[in-house]
Ligand binder design. Structure first.
Ligand SMILES: CC(C)(COP(=O)(O)OP(=O)(O)OC[C@H]1O[C@@H](n2cnc3c(N)ncnc32)[C@H](O)[C@@H]1OP(=O)(O)O)[C@@H](O)C(=O)NCCC(=O)NCCS
Length: 148
């Protein structure tokens, strides 16, 4: 893959993002949730293009010196090609330029691909929320302290 680009989501991208979420994640969002994030001024909503196709997206918030990653998804057709790693790495670089001290996220305890990805970037578990997801799965709460 040659042409990889991360850009702000525009309104016209939301349908594609919603489709990717439906097919490629087990923690599906409603279309309304995407629209709300698109309109939320604390929300950063980025899409990753690979060879001119939307291959994934990430949504995160920054409030003062804390950031929270709400979701990161790579389309099934593009999984395991290091795109998730690239998207998270670039996001953490952007976040660290904005005076953020701690990045938080929640991940399903059975979601091994995502947990492995986060561990790779130095996220650590600090708590568990029981029965957090609709399917009864527990959520692992993770955080990463940003380097000064
Ligand atoms: C998590 C996710 C974004 C990873 O994207 P990806 O582009 O396939 O991942 P990468 O190819 O960049 O892999 C990065 C690392 O993630 C881990 N990983 C990815 N897929 C994995 C799998 N199937 N099994 C185990 N570990 C996996 C590995 O540590 C991998 O590093 P490695 O390539 O050195 O082994 C992707 O699996 C996804 O979209 N999952 C569904 C959505 C989701 O659950 N998101 C998290 C919400 S909290």
């Amino acid at each position: 893959m040659n042409n990889i680009l991360i850009v702000d989501c525009i309104k016209e991208n939301i349908d594609t993002v919603y489709e990717i979420d439906k097919t490629s994640s087990n923690y599906n969002w409603t279309r309304n949730m995407f629209t709300e994030e698109f309109e939320n001024k604390n929300s950063f909503f980025k899409v990753l293009f690979a060879d001119d196709k939307i291959a994934g997206y990430i949504i995160y918030h920054i409030v003062l010196d804390e950031a929270e990653i709400l979701n990161i998804v790579i389309d099934n057709n593009f999984k395991r090609q290091s795109l998730g790693k690239y998207l998270l790495e670039q996001t953490l670089n952007e976040i660290s330029k904005q005076n953020v001290k701690t990045v938080f996220l929640e991940v399903g305890e059975k979601n091994i691909p995502a947990i492995n990805l986060y561990l790779k970037f130095g996220f650590e578990q600090y708590n568990i929320r029981n029965n957090y997801y609709k399917n009864g799965e527990n959520a692992i709460l993770m955080k990463k302290i940003c380097q000064l």
